[in-house]
Design a protein around this ligand. Structure first.
Ligand code: CND
Ligand code: ZN
Ligand code: ZN
Length: 376
């Protein structure tokens, strides 16, 4: 029996209060309005950004259904939707691409004006939510809310992908992989033969390592306080790995020592801490080095740094979604994955049923997982 046009009752993971585990609740998902798409989720990865919502370090309106790294199939579409139809396999876009705003039209831009990452509202374009629980509206996150059996996306936030793509793998292209890989190739523009340092070897940081390797970097220094991350980092392309905990001097000085005082050509901060953002900046060459901030800063944090760090010529950049244009680049990355141009399997250390989401976050907190994928 078709569910199109009807309210769907299903399970979702809700944050009612920060610093508490998710509550798995029965929710009601309203049908998609004009230019919206209702999607049945097949798989979703757990990204640290979701944990920032859970911990409250990124402020969101509560209650909220997080999740932004998923893959699903279109259940029904609202009026006027022509880009997808029921049955299409899709990846929700945590960074939308409306195609009409200035950043969308700019060749180097990707921060679509429809994005809900900053000053987070957690509602659809008309200001209302399609989710409710116990009679109360529930907010969405990043316009995606993939921690739900069904979600509603604006058509700006959906990309149709190869129907043969395995959802429990390509869901990573919805955020972590693309962010890291794009940070190296598109934002950093790493050159062949160059040296790189990657601070933080989680799912996103390891994707930066893969991007640096794909760009032909000859030296990739992986940096993490958790040495259990080192073997996989080396498998994916890191030429050496170091832990700041093994040294008395600041880690940027260690990187300078390792590079005859030059510093690396490119450094990437993939943790989300102000202190490591400065350390990464100071690790790249003082004149022609480029440092890219990939880690999401806590909502409340400010950075104090010496202007001398950039006065000498360093370039300091940030990146959202690896500088990629989501709707345009995601289907291409999925095709490249299907053509075996890069791997995703090593990043997926755990696969759990959706209802074990709290176990998945425990693995992240304990530093035991790289990517834990939840399947529906
Ligand atoms: P995850 O937590 O898996 O990895 C972070 C890694 O950093 C872990 O291996 C930690 O052990 C390590 N670490 C923590 N503290 C330190 C330290 N002081 N020194 C060295 N290493 C340390 O996170 P993830 O890979 O899922 O995400 C990484 C960041 O990227 C996180 O802040 C997330 O919110 C952000 C992000 C940004 C974007 C974007 O568009 N820019 C998209 N997705 C995620
Ligand atoms: Zn993410
Ligand atoms: Zn736009």
């Amino acid at each position: 029996m078709s569910t199109a046009g009807k309210v769907i009752k299903c399970k979702a993971a809700i944050v009612w209060e920060t610093k508490k585990p998710f509550s798995i609740e029965e929710i009601e998902v309203a049908p998609p309005k004009a230019h919206e798409v209702r999607v049945k989720m097949l798989a979703t990865g757990i990204c640290r950004t979701d944990d920032h919502i859970l911990s409250g370090s990124i402020k969101a309106n509560l209650p909220v259904i997080p999740g932004h790294e998923g893959c699903g199939v279109v259940e029904s579409v609202g009026e006027g939707v022509t880009i997808v139809k029921p049955g299409d396999k899709v990846i929700p876009l945590c960074l939308p691409q409306c195609g009409k705003c200035r950043p969308c039209k700019h060749p180097e831009g990707n921060l679509c004006e429809k994005t809900d990452f900053f000053d987070i509202k957690g509602v659809m374009y008309d200001g209302t939510s399609r989710f409710s629980c116990k009679g109360k509206p529930v907010h969405n996150f990043a316009g995606t809310s993939t921690f739900s059996e069904y979600t509603v996306l604006h058509e700006d936030s959906v990309a149709k992908i190869d129907p043969a793509a395995p959802p429990e793998k390509v869901c990573l292209i919805g955020c972590g992989f693309s962010t890291g890989y794009g940070a190296a190739l598109k934002t950093g523009k790493v050159k062949p033969g160059s040296s790189c340092a990657v601070f933080g070897l989680g799912g996103v940081g390891l994707s930066v390592v893969m991007g640096c390797k794909a760009a032909g970097a000859s030296r990739i220094i992986g940096i993490d306080i958790n040495k259990n991350k080192f073997p996989l980092a080396k498998e994916l392309g890191a030429t050496e790995c170091i832990s700041p905990l093994d040294y008395k001097k600041p880690i940027n000085e260690v990187v300078l020592d390792m590079t005859d005082g030059d510093g690396v050509d490119y450094s990437f901060e993939v943790i989300g801490r102000p202190d490591t953002m400065i350390a990464a900046l100071a690790s790249c060459n003082l004149n022609y080095g480029t440092s890219v901030v990939v880690g999401a800063p806590p909502s409340a944090a400010d950075i104090t740094f010496s202007p001398a760090l950039i006065f000498t010529g360093r370039t300091w950049k940030g990146t959202i979604f690896g500088g990629l244009k989501s709707k345009h680049d995601i289907p291409k990355l999925v095709s490249e994955f299907m053509e075996k141009k890069f791997v995703l399997d090593p990043l997926i250390t755990h696969v759990l049923p959706f209802h074990q989401i709290n176990r998945g976050f425990e693995l992240l907190h304990k530093g035991e997982s790289i990517r834990c994928v939840l399947v529906f």
